[in-house]
Design a protein around this ligand. Structure first.
Ligand code: XIL
Length: 366
C-alpha cells in the first residue's frame, strides 16, 4: 500500500466523517450503510438485554448481524454432559431471524467458559469425540440458520513458549495441536454451508505480543491451508487499546495481505475500544476512540477482503469492559452508542469506514 495514499485516504475519511456527522446520517443505521457496500455490520448481545425497549430498537436500527456474547459457549450449551441447552442461543437467533439479521456462532472450541465436567473427562480418557461430537451436535442443530462460526478461538499464546506458538490449553494437552484441524473438519461435516472462522486477538497490537500473535497465527493458518483443512476466514477480534499498546498499522497491513494471499476472508469480530488510561474529558475520549477506530478500519478495509464488522456490544450501557475497568477509572465508553443509545463519534467512524469507496481491489502491493 502506498502510504501517501493512505494519508490521503485518512484525510478524505476525515472530511467524509465531518460531512456524515454534519448530515447526521440518522437516515440509515450501520446495517443499511454496510449493506449498500455488500458488507455486514453487527454486534454481540446478551438475551437479557433484549428486554430493554430502547436497546432492542437500537439493535433493529443498527445491526444486520448478531452474535451471542456468551450464551453460545459450551458452559451454557452443555453445562451437563450430553444434555444440550440451546434455549439461550435460540432466543437470540429468533430475534435475529424476526428482523432478518445474520447470525454468527461464537465459539465452538475455546480454553475458557467450558463446563466443569470437561477437564475431568479429557483427563480420564481423551477421546476426540468429546470435541467432535459437541461440534457436530451444535452445528447440526443450527444448520442453515447460523451463517458463520468461530470454530476455534484464541489458540495462540506467547506465554506458553511452545515452538508452534500455541496455547497449552486443555485441548492441546488432550489432543496435541491437531485438535484445531479436527474441529474444523467436524464443523464442515456438520454444516457444509456455514463459514468456518479461526478467531484471534491482539493481531493489531503495536507490541512484541502483537508481533508474536501475527507471526504464529499466520503459521497456523498456512499449515491448515497446506493440509487442506476447511477454513474460510480469520476473525480479528479488534479489542483496541489506544492507551496501552496502540496500533501497528504497517504490521497489521502486512499481516492482512498475507491472509489475502492465503485466500482467506476477514471478519472484524469483537471491535471495541478499551479507553481507560485516556483523557478524563469525555468528549476527548470519545473522539480519540473514533480516531483509532477510523485508522484501524481504514487499514482493514483497504488491505483485505472483509465480510463483516462486528462490535463487541452496541451501547456503552452493556459492555463486558465494565467488569474489567480499574476502580479508579470512569465508566468505559468502548462502543458506537452511548448509554442512552445516542450515536457517538465512533459510530460515525464506523459509518465512514463502511461507506468509503476504498475496496480491497484498490490496494496495491508495496
Ligand atoms: C467475553 C464476554 O464478553 C464476557 O461477558 C464473558 O464473561 C467472557 O467472555 N474474547 C472473546 C469473547 O472471544 O468470547 C470474550 O467475551 C471477550 C474476549
Amino acid at each position: 500500500m502506498n502510504w501517501t495514499r493512505r494519508r490521503l485516504l485518512a484525510a478524505g475519511a476525515g472530511a467524509a466523517f465531518l460531512r456524515a456527522r454534519a448530515a447526521d446520517a440518522s437516515v440509515h443505521g450501520l446495517r443499511k450503510i454496510a449493506e449498500q457496500r455488500g458488507l455486514v455490520y453487527g454486534c454481540s448481545v446478551h438475551s437479557r438485554n433484549l428486554e430493554h425497549q430502547d436497546f432492542a430498537e437500537a439493535l433493529v436500527r443498527e445491526a444486520g448481524c448478531l452474535v451471542a456474547e456468551t450464551e453460545s459457549k459450551r458452559h451454557i450449551i452443555e453445562a451437563v454432559r450430553g444434555s444440550f441447552n440451546f434455549g439461550p442461543t435460540e432466543r437470540l437467533l429468533t430475534f435475529a431471524e424476526k428482523h432478518r439479521m445474520h447470525f454468527r456462532g461464537h465459539t465452538l472450541v475455546w480454553h475458557e467458559r467450558n463446563p466443569n465436567w470437561l477437564q475431568d473427562a479429557l483427563e480420564a480418557g481423551p477421546s476426540d469425540r468429546i470435541l467432535t461430537d459437541y461440534i457436530q451436535a451444535v452445528v447440526q442443530h443450527f444448520r442453515g440458520r447460523i451463517g458463520s462460526w468461530d470454530v476455534v478461538n484464541e489458540a495462540v499464546l506467547p506465554e506458553d513458549q511452545r515452538s508452534d506458538g500455541l496455547r497449552n490449553s486443555l485441548w492441546t494437552k488432550a489432543f496435541g495441536p491437531g485438535y484445531i484441524d479436527l474441529a474444523f473438519h467436524a464443523a464442515r461435516a456438520a454444516d457444509p454451508g456455514t463459514q468456518l472462522v479461526y478467531n484471534e486477538t491482539h493481531l493489531e497490537a503495536a507490541s512484541d505480543r502483537g508481533n508474536f500473535k501475527r507471526q504464529h497465527t499466520l503459521r497456523l493458518l498456512e499449515g491448515m491451508k497446506a493440509r487442506g483443512v476447511p477454513i474460510d476466514a480469520i476473525g480479528i477480534q479488534s479489542h483496541l487499546r489506544p492507551y496501552e499498546w496502540g496500533l501497528d498499522e504497517k504490521a497489521l497491513a502486512h499481516f492482512l495481505r498475507e491472509i489475502v494471499d492465503l485466500g482467506l476472508r476477514v471478519l472484524v469480530t469483537e471491535l471495541d475500544v478499551r479507553d481507560w488510561g485516556g483523557p478524563l474529558d469525555l468528549a476527548k475520549r470519545y473522539q480519540e476512540a473514533a480516531d483509532i477506530t477510523q485508522r484501524y478500519l481504514s487499514v482493514v478495509m483497504t488491505t483485505s477482503r472483509v465480510d463483516a464488522i462486528v462490535t463487541w456490544g452496541l451501547s456503552d450501557r452493556y459492555t463486558w469492559l465494565t467488569r474489567w475497568k480499574p476502580t479508579s477509572s470512569p465508566d468505559p465508553a468502548p462502543l458506537p452508542l452511548d448509554r442512552n443509545m445516542n450515536r457517538k463519534p465512533m459510530w460515525y467512524a464506523i459509518a465512514n469506514a463502511l461507506s468509503s469507496d476504498v475496496s480491497p481491489a484498490m490496494w496495491q502491493r508495496d
